[in-house]
Write a protein that binds this ligand. Structure first.
Ligand code: FAD
Length: 388
């Protein structure tokens, strides 16, 4: 293709803005259509692993992020549910940057979204534009507007309208797990939760993760439990504090203190989707959770969305015809995101073992493990230089 393609991105979340930022950096203009009237993120945190930090550096936004992101000293600190016994912990202070050239950080999702937005020209963003259907390269919006593009990128999350245009792409299903989340003022949090550490308390059928964000002013808490009949997948749904505490009855008192300090929690059901066989049909492709929603047990969903964005922008900038560029993008990205979807899935079983011989064997194995090196295939990867 000799002239620049017209590129439409549906969704202005982490993946959609990252796509716009990488496309812009590659000299390819695009328009992002976001349904919300303003760019916003839910009040929650996320881990910026080295593979994500590396891409934020390439976009020139990592430095701004580190004003509020917390650099972790300790990662993968697994504790026993009843009494907080440390089963294993990883010292990240020097080793993470030595191994992978970047540190691991934790951050507020809104800060990551703002950092990505700063790398996108404001004229590329159209807010309050809810896409209702996609046919070939034509998007139809709720307000009646129609837009035709040479390339359509569906970055519209787990309930993707763009994905629904693919006849064979089944919607994700309920996983039987739900998550509670809360942000706790650090001043009210018990000591273990105030350290620059990512801690995972694991126990029968449940686990709870916490780490500080927002320059250490807040502690992000997310906890996983059986969903029962709960099937609401929404970042804005809430539960009662009593429901949250009941799930963690009998757990270490410091953990219950942390839960109490968070007040009314958010709650949502985790969705599950087997890896798709294709992401692209003609001029339309998918990116981020629309393409490969994954359990959050490796803390890699946002990172994979940004990796998708980096590879897709390079494929489109290669000068290949759009269909060929999308085919190449899919071929580069699918094996990695499929592996992460499967690995994240397997973690639910391991983290939630009931006390007994299998749990004791797991705990003994944890003591000898080195997740920082074991996960080298995740953290060492540079999507910005993958030859795709
Ligand atoms: C509990 C939990 C913890 C997590 N922790 C981590 C972590 O530590 N590290 C990590 O890397 N990842 C983490 N993730 C995963 C990460 O949050 C997601 O993978 C990431 O947000 C996906 O980004 P996305 O842009 O694909 O989708 P989304 O963030 O869902 O964004 C989709 C956007 O599209 C818009 N949209 C939707 N439909 C339409 C439409 N029809 N028209 C126009 N716009 C539309 C939405 O408004 C939204 O802005 C976690 C996820 C969960 C659930």
């Amino acid at each position: 293709m000799t002239s620049k393609p017209v590129i439409a991105v549906v969704g202005g979340g982490i993946g959609g803005l990252a796509a716009a930022a990488f496309l812009h950096r590659a000299g390819l203009p695009c328009t992002v259509y976001e349904q919300a009237k303003e760019l916003k993120e839910v009040g929650a945190g996320l881990v910026l692993a080295p593979n994500l930090a590396r891409l934020l550096r390439q976009l020139g936004v990592l430095e701004a992020m580190t004003a509020t992101a917390v650099r972790l000293d300790v990662g993968w600190e697994f504790r026993r549910w009843q009494d907080g016994t440390v089963l294993s912990a990883e010292d990240l202070r020097e080793s993470c940057a030595d191994l992978y050239g970047e540190h691991t950080y934790t951050a507020h999702r809104a800060d990551l979204l703002a950092a990505l937005a700063s790398a996108v020209p404001p004229s590329a963003l159209r807010l309050g534009k809810r896409c209702v259907s996609v046919t070939d390269g034509t998007l139809r919006f709720e307000d009646g507007e129609r837009v035709t593009a040479d390339v359509v990128i569906g970055a519209d999350g787990v309930h993707s309208v763009v994905r629904a245009a693919f006849v064979e792409a089944a919607a994700p299903v309920y996983s039987g797990l739900c998550a509670f989340r809360a942000l706790v003022p650090a001043s009210s949090a018990p000591e273990p939760a105030r350290r620059p550490a990512q801690t995972l308390w694991i126990g029968p059928g449940h686990h709870l993760v916490h780490y500080p964000i927002s320059a250490g002013k807040l502690v992000n808490v997310v906890a996983f439990a059986p969903a029962g009949g709960y099937e609401t997948e929404s970042w804005t749904a809430t539960a009662s504090l009593e429901e949250f505490l009941a799930e963690f009855e009998g757990w270490d008192p410091r953990l219950r203190e942390l839960i109490r300090a968070g007040g009314r929690p958010g709650r949502w059901a985790l969705l599950d989707q087997a890896p798709l066989r294709r992401w692209s049909h003609g001029p339309v492709t998918l990116l981020g959770d629309a393409a490969h929603p994954m359990f959050p047990f490796f803390g890699q969903g946002a990172a994979q969305s940004v990796e998708d964005a980096a590879v897709l922008a390079r494929c489109l900038a290669s000068g290949a015809e759009p269909a060929e560029a999308l085919r190449r993008y899919e071929a580069v990205r699918m094996p990695r995101t499929t592996r992460l979807q499967e690995a994240s899935h397997g973690r639910a079983h391991v983290n939630h073992l009931p006390d007994g011989p299998e749990q004791r064997a797991r705990d003994a194995a944890f003591a000898g493990r080195d997740p920082l090196r074991d996960n080298g295939w995740i953290y060492g990867y540079d999507a910005g230089s993958d030859p795709g």
